[in-house]
Design a protein around this ligand. Structure first.
Ligand SMILES: Nc1nc2c(ncn2[C@@H]2O[C@H](COP(=O)(O)OP(=O)(O)OP(=O)(O)O)[C@@H](O)[C@H]2O)c(=O)[nH]1
Length: 157
């Protein structure tokens, strides 16, 4: 029952509620790396192949995120085509490394003869953070990754 309440139905990743709870709790207890990740040109996938195919792409990306992330990482669907990965105890460099592996591996997947790609915004926790400030830093980095051409990682320390 608890598992269902914590899980995103389509992708099987953790859902937003679980993510929010985990983030609040980690902010009180531990250092962590944080990746905000967004599928590139996802609207085009939906518009070209239809919503159901778009859903399949979401599942493919989610499975890859699960398999590539360290076992201690929490992978969640943030909403739509956005995902979050939290890695307890990870440094900025370690988190960037995970994000880079994700970018590379996802870009190796062909979906209807086109390569999938994602953009990542990376940050780590600060001592005076709250959930919003962490997300905001990652979101600004993600925005830069999109602006600088997508299929790439940017970070905000
Ligand atoms: N198939 C499917 N589509 C979704 C779901 N949630 C959100 N979307 C679609 O995701 C798309 C997001 O598009 P945009 O925010 O414009 O982003 P984008 O096309 O990926 O462009 P960039 O992020 O700038 O590369 C929209 O077309 C939404 O309808 C879902 O659960 N399933």
């Amino acid at each position: 029952m608890k598992k269902l309440a914590e899980t995103d139905k389509l992708t099987g990743l953790f859902n937003r509620e679980k993510l929010d709870r985990t983030l609040s709790s980690l902010l009180k207890s531990s250092n962590f790396g944080f990746i905000l990740l967004d599928i590139d040109y996802f609207k085009e996938i939906n518009d070209t192949y239809g919503h159901l195919e778009g859903d399949k792409a979401l599942v493919i990306v989610s499975n890859k995120l699960k398999s590539v992330s360290p076992s201690k990482a929490l992978c969640a669907r943030w909403g739509g085509e956005e995902f979050v990965i939290i890695i307890e105890g990870a440094t900025l460099d370690e988190t960037k490394e995970v994000a880079t592996t994700i970018i590379t591996d996802i870009n190796g997947i062909y979906f209807h003869e086109k390569r999938l790609s994602v953009s990542c915004g990376v940050t780590i926790n600060h001592s005076d953070d709250n959930t919003l400030t962490v997300i905001e830093r990652a979101d600004l980095a993600l925005y830069r990754a999109k602006k600088n051409g997508r299929n790439r990682v940017e970070y905000n320390e």
